[in-house]
Design a binder for this molecule. Sequence first.
Ligand code: 4AD
Ligand code: MG
Length: 429
Amino acid sequence: MKTTIQNVGQFVGQEVVIEGWLWNKRSSGKIQFLQLRDGTGFIQGVVVKAEVPAEVFETSDRLTQESSVRVKGVVRADHRAPSGFELTVTDVELVALATEYPITPKEHGVDFLLDHRHLWIRSPRQRSILKIRAEIIKAIRSYLDGNGFVQVDSPILTPSSCEGTTNLFQTKYFDEDAYLTQSGQLYMEAAAMALGRVYSFGPTFRAEKSKTRRHLIEFWMIEPEMAYCTHEENMVIQEGLVQHIVRHVLENCKLELKMIERDTKPLENVISGPFPRITYDDAVKLLQEKGHDFPWGEDFGAPDETEIVQHFERPVFIEKFPAKIKAFYMQPDPNRPEVVLGADLLAPEGYGEIIGGSQRIHDPELLQERFAEHELGDAYNWYMDLRKYGTVPHSGFGIGLERTIAWICGLDHVRETIPFPRLLNRIYP
Ligand code: 4AD
Ligand code: MG
């Protein structure tokens, strides 16, 4: 009976066939321990010389790391095994013998691993992270789909920028200049006026010139946008979404979290209550009280964010940033127009901003003023139309998928959160 490693539990005491690869092997001469993987999981196969035909033991003996094999064996429950099961091997069919595999169980440098990313993703740790990534995507979709949002795709080739021009990825669109999208937001604002609650889910591009643990050149963003929605209501949705993601991962990725040795205590805290909210002013005061020379009006850097979140055990909203350091479309606070009705959500444990969001300017005159200040040209005419024809207060946000994964998995760097990372000076493989 052919099955997969994740399903062997249904076949205890029976003979099954597993199609997969050998990722490691130990041998004591009379007995071989085959560490097998098939994509769905990992299991140990035990080959006892005295109990199998000589040619089976010989084949098993020749297997190199990453050789592809069809292994037949009897499933046994074993509480010591991470998966809870072991295979007593009865037959081994070699599909292809792998030549010397470059990624051995010993330590390798990061550049070497990134050069071999196409193989590195086979390792238990990388595989677990990619599995958790898929579950996080599932959780995001199920939360939004379940809360009345309609998915709307935004274009990747665009004539204009959304988040300023410093990190635009320029390309040609026949004879015109074009840019790879930095954010689908402006298009989602149009879609929200057509469908009410919408979200886009796609790759976004930023030519970030700095090398950090948090920046990718190509990353995935989910951007919900809601008509008739205030800044306050926007934060309620964000909190609900993030709690749903964490709950889903804790329930559905137990094995993977264990495999990557993620301490789940801090994640349990996240779902135990509401997220604190502080203003930008409070955050600046907090930094100053801690002895940092931080002037009001500056944007926070990674070390500042890390300092701020240390004082909270759940993600924290920082709201009402100075308008000067935020994007042109953010709605000013009516009581204090120098700050905006927007918030960044900072993840705990020093992972920094995972969400940026705001209420958008809906007043046509104010938006026209901002256009003039930011010297935005004809490429934005259609965006201005949204304020001419039935403009309403509306809000939205963007959650960065890779930053969210890095935090939930407790990773040092976002490069491990995406199958094939695009980094400063790296587009291979
Ligand atoms: O704060 P950002 O720039 O916001 C926007 O783009 C808005 N237009 C979103 C919206 O309101 N619809 O980016 C949103 C999130 C950040 O909080 C971060 O998680 C992620 O996108 N992000 C990056 N992730 C990886 N690498 C990068 N270079 C990133 N830049 C932003
Ligand atoms: Mg931001």
